[in-house]
Design a protein around this ligand. Sequence first.
Ligand SMILES: [Zn+2]
Length: 284
Amino acid sequence: MGSCRVLIFTLSLLLLLFPVIHGWGADGHLTVCRIAQSRLSKAAADAVNKLLPEYAENDLGSLCIWADEVRFRYHWSSALHFINTPDLCTFQYQRDCKDEDGLKGRCVAGAINNYTTQLLTYSTAQAEYNLTEALLFLSHFMGDIHQPLHVGFATDRGGNDIDVHWYTRKQNLHHVWDRDIIETAEERFYDSNVEQLVEAIQKNITTEWADRVKGWETCNSNKIPCPDTYASESIKAACNWAYKDVSQDSTLEDDYFLSRLPILNLRLAQAGVRLAAALNSIFG
Ligand SMILES: [Zn+2]
């Protein structure tokens, strides 16, 4: 093997051993984008179809995880997937929306505002922005901001530094909320099939949650989307549900899984409904 190939091999091995997780796993993001795409107006559906690369075959869900895949190529983007609060159960844009170097606006709420602004130039056809990337970033970050531990405490990096056992497996709390709760639910209730999970949540949106959907879609400021609201809800859910009764080396089993799953399903539903509302508003 040439030294270059050895390097690539070593790097790939390292990536396999130490995956860096920046959001819902693939299934969480796919769920959010599937729900959203099914709720688009004609104008928004046409715009999304035009902006998606041809190989995606007009399936936004298939590229919803794209922003995680480019985080090494676009190193600047990795701070845009989350928010850290100073260990408080509230979110304040001015106080909390910044990156490690203190640069203001570099957090998931700022990113949602930024990519919304870029997409609003769609009808003017300015060549200033790559609107395909803007669409993929916005779709991904609308998911991330609804994952409670993506708006978590700075000292434990949104639960990344809290080691737990998910049933018998060693895991960290952030990962439990990105992936494990969803995967356990799929195994137990949905034949290990993500499409069935999507269908179940979509059914809840039209039945159990039907009278709440209008409220999810609306923003106080009338400016859609309103990431500050979504972030405030997430840190509240993080305190009330994700962090609650969990400490270093806790074992999380059925009690935790069954009481938290409804919260997680609700957040996936809200993310999907609100992504659709945002795209409908932008392209409408
Ligand atoms: Zn992410």
